[in-house]
Design a binder for this molecule. Structure first.
Ligand SMILES: [Zn+2]
Length: 72
């Protein structure tokens, strides 16, 4: 399905980048969204980032993120 779609729209095939909201952080330096498991921004190596799940998630996501933060 994905292959067919890339052929139709003529895009190069590349791995899907999907980050669950509760793992998604926004680099405050270069404004790149990446997976918090990376620990540092893969683009600019900044360690200053904001968990966007706290801002955009529903209550259940927010409470999961808070629990992770407490146990970390
Ligand atoms: Zn960055």
């Amino acid at each position: 399905m994905g292959k067919l779609l890339s052929l139709i729209i003529g895009e190069e095939e590349r791995p899907v980048q999907a980050i669950p909201l509760e793992h998604a952080v926004l680099c405050m330096n270069c404004e790149t969204v990446f997976d918090m498991a990376e620990r540092i921004c893969p683009v600019c190596c900044s360690e200053t980032f904001l968990n966007i799940g706290v801002a955009l998630g529903d209550e259940e996501t927010k409470s999961r993120i808070r629990r992770q933060a407490v146990t970390a």
